[in-house]
Design a protein around this ligand. Structure first.
Ligand code: ISE
Length: 346
């Protein structure tokens, strides 16, 4: 049976997911597309055989042509769509962020718990990156002992002028917030944000780079260089330092070129190139999980609860950016509903 997926949002990531669902993911197809810009939805649907076009995401959720929903519209629109999908009993894959703040995410968590079904998967694709998965396995296998520190870098060559100074935290480092909780199987309890000398290449209103420090419940300290104007490429780094060794994320360069007295490796141009295989894998396991009738969140994927946690860390980080102070991350207790869900915690 083919899973009929309704896509809400025909922007950059919506296009990407449509192509993926149609051409890469086995057992799924795009059956409907909606976008605030109807023409844009029509253009995208035109390339998907048999796909309908709808003016509103709510029509997608209600459509009998749609078994499951992918939300790839702008962040502020996520909450109503995800809530409507839960109310309709349809599995929903929601791109990050789950919703713009912890209160909105909590409303989704509460609705999902009340529904009694795991219907929501959040698009934190790094959980499906082979490099991060190998690091996590090394840690779990005890190969580096207990983790003490993690050093991360999240570098983009440039960002558009519309990028504001909260976005390095809420749009960019939000990936490390989720990835490090998942990698370390630990919770972030406090954050600080430091501002080094500004990069003159950054848009003039943007505080860039930024350094985010995250402290976990067991005492691991994670530093994240968020550098959005690095010019040379899309470079994601991570090194875990344990009591007896370290494990480092390799950039998937593919090959090393030697010539003219130098050795060189290609650097991905952007996040779609760097994490393409991880996006493919996360949508494949989502489609498989839904098709197998196991509700709508694959084992190991980010749940609504993980989306809420990331939003709470973002909120604390924004307060830390504003005050210059170390800021505790305050969250509700995890409902028992999520205890055996995708991301087990210690
Ligand atoms: C973008 O939205 C992403 O999710 C990318 O992974 C990140 O590197 C980039 O900074 C964000 O703008």
């Amino acid at each position: 049976m083919t899973l009929n997926v309704g896509l809400i949002g025909a922007g950059m990531i919506g296009h990407d997911h449509a192509r993926r669902l149609e051409r890469v993911v086995a057992g799924a197809r795009v059956s409907a597309v909606a976008d605030v810009d109807l023409e844009r939805a029509r253009d995208l649907a035109a390339g998907m055989p048999g796909a309908l076009t709808y003016a509103s995401g709510h029509d997608i959720i209600a459509s009998p042509q749609v078994d499951a929903v992918v939300v790839a519209s702008s962040g502020p629109t996520h909450e109503p769509y995800v809530l409507a999908a839960i109310a309709a009993g349809k599995p929903v894959f929601c791109e990050k962020p789950l919703a713009p703040g912890p209160d909105a995410c909590l409303r989704i968590v509460e609705a999902e718990v009340a529904s009694g079904r795991h219907l929501v998967q959040v698009g934190f694709m790094r959980r499906y990156d082979p490099g991060y998965q190998a690091m996590r396995q090394a840690l779990r296998d005890g190969l580096i002992g207990a983790p003490l520190l993690a050093h991360c870098a999240h570098r983009n060559p440039s960002v558009p002028g519309t990028y504001t100074s909260d976005m390095p935290l809420t749009d960019t480092a939000v990936h490390e917030m989720d990835a490090m909780r998942w990698l370390l199987a630990d919770e972030v309890v406090a954050v600080s944000v430091l501002l080094p000398r500004r990069n003159g290449r950054a848009p003039s209103h943007l505080a860039d780079p930024q350094v985010l420090l995250m402290e976990t419940a067991t005492g691991t300290l994670v530093d994240v260089e968020i550098n959005l104007s690095c010019a040379y490429g899309y470079d994601i780094r991570c090194e875990l330092v344990g009591e007896t060794g370290t494990v480092t994320l390799d950039s998937p360069a593919g090959c090393t070129l030697r010539g003219n007295g130098t050795a060189s490796q290609a650097i991905p141009a952007d996040w779609r190139e760097r994490f393409g295989p991880a996006y493919d894998a996360e949508l494949q396991v989502w489609a498989d999980t839904v098709a197998a009738g196991h509700d709508g969140c694959a084992a190991g994927a980010a749940t609504s609860w993980d989306g809420y946690k990331a939003a709470a860390i973002c909120e604390a980080a924004l307060a830390a950016l504003d005050s210059g102070q170390r800021t505790p991350v305050v969250t509700k207790d995890r409902p028992a509903f999520y205890a055996d869900a995708a991301s087990p915690r210690p």
